[in-house]
Structure formats: structure tokens, C-alpha cells
Design a protein around this ligand. Structure first.
Ligand code: UDP
Length: 368
């Protein structure tokens, strides 16, 4: 069972003879709070009826499950559409097929049935190559891909980006970097909110972002792309996220809180430097100054602008962060490493039952 929503179903299944129930909790809080305690009080009767529980960090394990809990870091599949290598032609094909780039040449594959949509100044959404191409293949690009959730810090990131843009004109930068700040663009992307039924906040957050976008000057609107990615095809959605991350100069995960940010892992795997925050999960993933940078106050636009400025100004360091991040994901956050951990957990859950069963079965003669 994954996450709290289906916990009740896991508790029911566990009541059936011969079935084991394991709960994997993908969220977590490293500090105690009255609200978290109230949530645990509600979940406890269901969680306790599982044989084993798995959390993303030791700090997330509640006391009442400590004796039968494991810690597994979430991992990514480097062969799946979200993270697989994309050749330059494939990358451009995905961008053209999803309307993220206005193609100037024919591409091999037909357009996706549902394109990525971009917010326009009148508050409506249209295919992302309208009213004009974002420039993903040409400009420096700062990207955040997340659910539309207040805790993901989209709004302060927008303000931080606008503060960064203002720096372009302050005369304090060498010409190359000033040019970079002039042409850099921000991409804020998330799923089509209509497609996510268990995320009621998404529409609200996107509406707030829409209002903030509509209040911008036309020049600033051109420099910011608020995108909704269709969820009708899981494969196409994954390819869009993959392509967006790959053509980013910096991937940001400006979370105010984060149990574990897969988007950071995904970017690191692609050797794209990441800008994260001190949120507990992100601190487990990104080593500040090694794989990217961490801001202390994700709600402070000036700090975001300063750190983004530093990251954009230093291409060599970005390369090093990207390489280090990729190595870190290779060593710690790929799905293959999790096979042995799963076997151990399954063995622990199944061990007593299997021992009893094998006592009752006569040994087989030779291979079957
Ligand atoms: N994601 C996606 N399509 C989108 C937006 C996000 O597939 O349009 C994915 C993203 O690539 C990542 C996941 O959703 O794999 C989000 O996981 P994360 O741990 O970063 O945050 P959560 O949503 O679990 O809080």
C-alpha cells in the first residue's frame, strides 16, 4: 500500500488469511507538531494492521511503528520514459510533438494528442508554442516541475526570478553574464490540475499563480512560461518532463517542505545542477555546494535571486555540480539498488509463514 490514502484497504486485506500487507509512506515530517500527531492518531489503527512499514527517512518513522519499519530512499528508474537518455533528435522531437517548441523542420513522429499548454496574458491556456516559442533550445532556462502545491514554493520562485531579471540592468555584471540574465527564462510546469483528483489545492494554487502572471508587464510575461502538462498519456507526460529537465540550465525545487523531492533526483540524474532548499528531504539528496545549491529561505525572493545569479554566472561550477549529482544518484537513488532492500523486507515479512509452509511440503526430486 502506498501513502496514507489506501491504508484502510491494506488493513482490510491483511485480515484475509495468508496475505501480508506492507505500507510504504512517501510523505514525512522530521519534527513533531500537534497537526502531525493528530494525523498519526487517526492513521494508527490502520497502519498498525500492516506487517511492515517503509519510510523515506529515519526521522519520519512514528514511535508505534519503530519495531517493524525500514527506511528506503525513493529511487528512480533510469530506463523509464521520465529519465531515459534522449538523443538530440529525440529530445527535439518530444519538444515539437508536445508544442513546447515551434518546430521549424519536419520531425519523425506525429504531434501528441494533447500538447503542453502555456498560460497567456488573458488568463487562458493555449498550446505552449503560442503566442511565441519559449526558446527552450536556445536560452538559459530555469525550471521547476512540480505539483501545484503551495509548499512547492512556485510563487516565491517567480518573485525571485523577477528580482534576478532586475539585476541584469544594474551594471554590476560582465557583459556575458549580463546577456545571460537578459535572455534567461523561467519555466514553471505542473500537471493539468483537472487530471489529479486527490489534489484539491492544485486549482487554487494555479489560480493564484495565474493572477500573479497576469499582473506582470508584457516583457516579464514573455520571460515566464507557466505550463500545464497533460496527464492523458503517462508516457507522453513523462517524456515532456524528461525533455524539460534536460534543456534546463538549472532545475529548481523551491519546496518549503519536502519529504523527498523526486524532481531533484530526476534532474541530478540528467547532470543538471539543482537549486533546492533546506527542506528535510532535499537536504538528504542535494549536498550544498557539491551537487548544486540550497537556499535557506525559499520564501525570500532576494536570496533566490542571489543564488540563481551565482549559479548562472558559473558554467564550470554548474558542470561540476551536474556531474556530482549524477554520480550521487547513480550510487544512492537508482531503483536497482532497491531490489535487495525489497527482498530483505519481503523475506522478513514472509519468513515465518514460509518456514511453516516448507515444513509441510515434501522436498521435490530434482528440477521441475
Ligand atoms: N511530475 C510529473 N508530471 C508533472 C509534474 C510532476 O510526472 O506534470 C512528477 C515529477 O517528475 C516527479 C513527481 O511528479 O516524479 C513528483 O514527485 P516529488 O517527490 O518531486 O513531489 P511530490 O509530488 O511527491 O510531492
Amino acid at each position: 500500500m502506498h501513502d496514507p490514502q489506501p491504508l484502510g484497504a491494506g488493513a482490510l486485506l491483511k485480515a484475509m488469511p495468508g496475505l501480508h500487507a506492507i505500507w510504504r509512506c512517501h510523505i514525512g515530517l522530521e519534527v513533531e507538531s500537534p497537526i502531525a500527531s493528530a494525523a498519526w492518531t487517526f492513521l494508527r489503527p490502520y497502519a498498525e494492521r500492516h506487517d511492515h512499514a517503509i519510510f523515506s527517512a529515519p526521522e519520519y518513522v512514528p514511535g508505534f511503528l519503530a519495531a517493524r519499519a525500514s527506511v528506503m530512499r525513493p529511487t528512480i528508474d533510469p530506463l523509464g520514459h521520465k529519465n531515459r537518455e534522449l538523443s538530440p533528435h529525440k529530445l527535439v522531437g518530444v519538444l515539437c510533438n508536445s508544442a513546447l517548441v515551434a518546430g521549424a523542420h519536419p520531425v519523425l513522429t506525429p504531434p501528441f494528442a494533447h500538447p503542453a499548454l502555456r498560460l497567456r496574458s488573458d488568463g487562458t491556456f493555449a498550446p505552449a508554442d503560442q503566442p511565441s516559442d519559449i526558446g527552450l533550445l536556445f536560452r538559459p532556462v530555469v525550471t521547476q516541475v512540480s505539483r501545484w502545491d503551495r509548499l512547492k514554493g512556485f510563487r516565491p520562485l517567480l518573485d525571485g526570478f523577477l528580482a534576478l531579471k532586475r539585476r541584469a540592468g544594474d551594471g554590476a555584471h560582465p557583459p556575458r553574464h549580463r546577456r545571460r540574465l537578459e535572455i534567461v527564462r523561467l519555466v514553471l510546469a505542473g500537471p493539468d490540475p483537472a487530471a489529479i483528483q486527490d489534489d484539491p489545492e492544485a486549482r487554487e494554487v494555479l489560480a493564484e499563480l495565474t493572477a500573479a502572471y497576469r499582473a506582470l508587464e508584457p516583457g516579464a510575461q514573455a520571460d515566464v512560461a507557466v505550463l500545464t502538462l497533460p496527464m492523458a498519456s503517462v508516457k507522453e507526460n513523462a517524456l515532456m518532463v524528461n525533455a524539460l529537465q534536460r534543456c534546463s540550465t538549472v532545475v529548481v525545487q523551491n519546496s518549503l517542505r519536502e519529504g523527498f523531492g523526486l524532481t531533484a533526483t530526476e534532474a541530478m540524474w540528467k547532470a543538471v545542477p539543482v537549486l533546492g532548499t533546506q527542506a528535510w528531504g532535499l537536504r538528504q539528496q542535494i549536498r550544498d555546494g557539491v551537487d548544486g545549491r540550497l537556499v535557506t529561505h525559499p520564501d525570500d525572493p532576494e536570496e533566490l535571486a542571489q543564488v540563481l545569479d551565482e549559479m548562472l554566472a558559473d558554467p564550470k561550477q554548474r558542470f561540476v555540480w551536474g556531474q556530482n549529482g549524477q554520480r550521487r544518484v547513480h550510487d544512492a537513488f537508482l531503483v536497482f539498488g532497491q531490489v535487495s532492500e525489497w527482498l530483505r523486507v519481503l523475506g522478513e515479512c514472509d519468513g515465518p509463514a514460509r518456514a511453516a509452509a516448507s515444513d509441510a511440503v515434501r522436498p521435490a526430486r530434482g528440477p521441475r
